[in-house]
Design a binder for this molecule. Structure first.
Ligand code: AMP
Length: 287
């Protein structure tokens, strides 16, 4: 596996690939887990060249994310990427990605940008949107891989690719879960055993929302209240939001119908966890 930490070297390497095989790209913030590995395996299977970036933008860490905690995982992350037969690990330096005079940002408009994650973490979304465009320019992938767990980020990236005519296909893979339903996340490492147990309420609340829908409930407010009430039963879990929304625009739905996303964000101790399930337009559930 080749390790590239220099932006010019990445650009030169990507230029060399232009006439070669297809390039699959998995952007990550490191501290790799089985959720990341699912994306990496898909990239390996579908593309001739696989690139995984590890970049932690310390200006946009969520609560519970300790910048000092991430570098300690780098050796282990690189071993994992080597065993997964990844071709290139791209590890840009923060100072190269965002020099002191950096001043160009990508921003969207509308509910996708303003509601839910947008209301809670506007700066984070701006960095995600800007960062992904920079990575797309540097790596020039044919296909980029993302996890459904971060549904609002995925929807934002879909919009950016469409609005800015970026010639990249996006693949979104299902959320990888622990056996008790908790979505696998780097943030789970920050949980105490009791918090880890309490955190399962997030997935249980999503399933409670699904059960209501299956029993014929269509009012978003009732579904949202049922999810919020269940989360409220766990004292260790502080709800940020529980919502039924459109998966592409994140606008509120008037009535729950196939094509509705149920989404929850909550704080557990220092960690902020997000999760969702999707009632697909053909009537299935993506859990
Ligand atoms: P992160 O390193 O947390 O920024 O995540 C990098 C990529 O992995 C993003 O596309 C995430 O949506 C995806 N990802 C994180 N956790 C999971 C999971 N449990 N299942 C599937 N994909 C995930």
């Amino acid at each position: 596996m080749r390790i590239i930490d220099n932006l010019d070297e990445m650009t030169e390497t990507a230029r060399g690939w232009l006439s070669g095989g297809s390039v699959g790209f998995v952007p990550t913030r490191g501290h790799l887990h089985t959720g990341h590995l699912a994306l990496i395996q898909a990239a390996r299977q579908e593309c001739e060249i696989s690139v995984v970036s590890i970049f932690l933008d310390t200006t946009i860490l969520g609560s519970g994310e300790d910048p000092a905690a991430y570098p300690q995982y780098l050796v282990q992350d690189l071993q994992l990427l080597t065993s997964a037969n990844v071709d290139v690990a791209f590890l840009p330096r923060a100072g190269d990605m965002y020099p002191p005079d950096f001043s160009t940002y990508v921003a969207l408009t509308g509910p996708l940008w303003e509601r839910l994650e947008g209301a809670s973490r506007p700066d984070y979304l701006r960095q995600i949107a800007t960062g992904i465009v920079k990575f797309f320019q540097l790596v020039r992938p044919d296909i980029a891989y993302f996890g459904q767990k971060d549904a609002q980020q995925v929807a934002i990236i879909h919009h950016i690719v469409r609005d800015l005519n970026i010639d990249i296909s996006l693949r979104v893979l299902p959320t990888v879960r622990e056996s008790d339903g908790l979505a696998v996340s780097s943030s789970n490492a920050a949980l105490s055993p009791a918090q880890r147990q309490a955190a399962t309420v997030i997935h249980r609340a999503l399933l409670a929302g699904k059960a209501l829908v299956e029993n014929g409930e269509r009012r978003p407010a009732s579904i949202e209240k049922a999810m919020a009430d269940l989360v409220a039963r766990e004292a260790a879990v502080k709800l940020d939001y529980a919502a039924a929304c459109r998966p592409d625009t994140f606008a509120e739905v008037d009535t729950a119908a196939p094509g509705t996303l149920l989404v929850i964000a909550a704080y557990v101790g220092k960690a902020r966890l997000v999760d969702n399930i999707l009632w697909t337009s053909d009537g299935r559930w993506l859990l």
